[in-house]
Design a protein around this ligand. Sequence first.
Ligand code: BYC
Ligand code: FE
Ligand code: FE
Length: 468
Amino acid sequence: MQLYEKIPNNVNLSHNRRLLKALENWLPDYLKWWQEAGPEGFQADDIYLRTAISVDSKGWAHFDYVKMPDYRWGIFLAPPEQDRKIGFGDFYGNPAWQEVPGEFRNHLRRIIVTQGDTEPASVEQQRLLGNCAPSMYDARNLFQVNVEEGRHLWAMAYLLHSHFGRDGREEAEELLERRSGDLDKPRILTTFNEPIEDWLSFYMFTMFTDRDGKYQLLALAESGFDPLSRTTRFMLTEEAHHMFVGETGVGRVIQRACELMKLDANEDARAQGGVDLDTVQRYINFWFSSSVDLFGGEISSNAADYFASGLKGREREERHQDHVALSGIYRMPVVEDGRLLEREIPLRNAMNEVLRDAWVKDNQRGCDRWNKIIRDAGIHRTLTLPDKRFNRKMGIYAGHRFDPQGRPITGEEFERHRGEWLPSESDKAWVRHLMQPVLERGKMAQWIAAPLRGVNDQPLDFEYVRRV
Ligand code: BYC
Ligand code: FE
Ligand code: FE
């Protein structure tokens, strides 16, 4: 473990001069990107952050005050597994690769670049949120997520630098050049170009979109390319916190909405300065459907190739029965003449859908917990996740219209209900107007409930962000 070097790492970087030099060249560009595109207004402050200082169970959660630009971004891989074998696809049972197999080089580079691109994109999307944080606790959580996404970018840049030669270095540079929402150089995937201008969107994003991250990382953790597997396995340990921020964030907005409803003669949370549950539902519909798109097409020859070549598996591949998946089928409703008809798709071509299903299930558990908050408050109302087909921009359902239950409808019907199903301009304006910064110790904005407990057993009125 080389922790106190310029680039903390557990990959013996000091013994690979070429790689070390390449990464040391990339470092100032990375820091320039962070200053330019990272959290605005808090770069000089001391933030109570968790830093990974080793990969064992104790060492990766070390808490202290850090100025974000001094965060120890490092390269950490999960420990190697002795004699690891490829767990799926055409090379099932062969030894895992330590080097990039030549014939799959382009595919692999593309997967790594796509993954890598999302990490800085999310930091860019969230760049202004510190300025309107509902509490110090929340601001600190935002910055924690941001520095870790920065580290995830390091993780992918490391793979590009160490295994893809000159084009890898070029790709790593380009990861710092694209910008979320930029018209000329946008980020690769759609959701990562959506603006995140308010905290309700941030919580939805960390709930649904970071959870896409979790499932994509789980699929890549199965990769036959061992360095990718080990890198993503360590990234997953950090990802859990991001989804905690999302689920509990939305949960706290819901809890406050319920409290405010009870204070109001008309059960109107907005009248009491909160976010009403209808608006929460519309934000769910938007961010869920946008994140659904991130899994790629329902029927994908790319996904079949990735699986066949052992590059990208299913989440927790060992839980699946048939690891070769040549004879399996997936029954999928497809649109024909405006109607849904079930078709049998060869399983390998449906791998994106298999992963998406696992993600939906995981989200549903979170949604059930939100509904328990509402029930416990004595309010009769349930929030639901929309159907996978609702409001799609990618895949076989894009270009068709469905209601939130997944029933085919006409474009006219969709437009008639748009304001009921998706956040309207006035919803967004309402939520944005609530976004007044509350950055005094122990204080909480009126539209959100306090969390159950503080960070790392600290009290809620701990000074999580020390302004200088
Ligand atoms: N937007 O065969 P298809 C995270 C493209 S999130 C724009 O259907 P495929 C994080 C696709 O590239 C996890 N374009 O899809 C979360 C293809 O282009 P070409 C990110 C899209 O290739 C929060 C075409 O459409 N990780 O970590 O099977 C904060 C048809 O493609 C989109 C990964 O994504 C889209 N939504 O699957 C921070 C893992 N979807 O070939 C971080 C790596 C598809 O026609 N990526 N396209 O030019 C992959 O495994 C796959 O590339 C995808 C797409 C799952 C994304
Ligand atoms: Fe990430
Ligand atoms: Fe994340």
